[in-house]
Design a protein around this ligand. Sequence first.
Ligand code: ZN
Length: 156
Amino acid sequence: MSRSRIGAQVSGATGATLVEVLVAVAVIGALAAIGIPQYHGYTERGREAQCAHNRYTIETAERACALDNNGKPCLGIRKLVKSGYLSGRLTCPSGGRYVWATRDPQDPHYPTIGCSKHSWPSWKGAEAKKAKKAKKPQKPKNQEKAKKAGGKKGAG
Ligand SMILES: [Zn+2]
């Protein structure tokens, strides 16, 4: 045998050659190179989900505050906590800052909470909702087309 086995001289049992150890280390390195970025992606997605949940909770608390105060929201976490609408101060897990915006045309009385790292407030979501609502009445058009097609068949 030309290759010496690591540990073979000590115990007399068969060990791994240096090449085998290097191959194993290379495989572990390759797996780590693939896995570590994915792990960071998962953790960031988790933080993003936590942030979205926090913003939703703050928005709900603002709505509750507004309902109790004749439509006037609290407009701030400290005031929400002080008034008892939030049990604790919610922060973005990625270190973003929460932003209050009140210019949502869909909902002008209640603020929308944005995050400086995850979700800056924009009204694209509101516009998409409007577009969806506008698209919904298209179903009867299809039925009319079907009726027309059926009518043509019946006439022809
Ligand atoms: Zn955030």
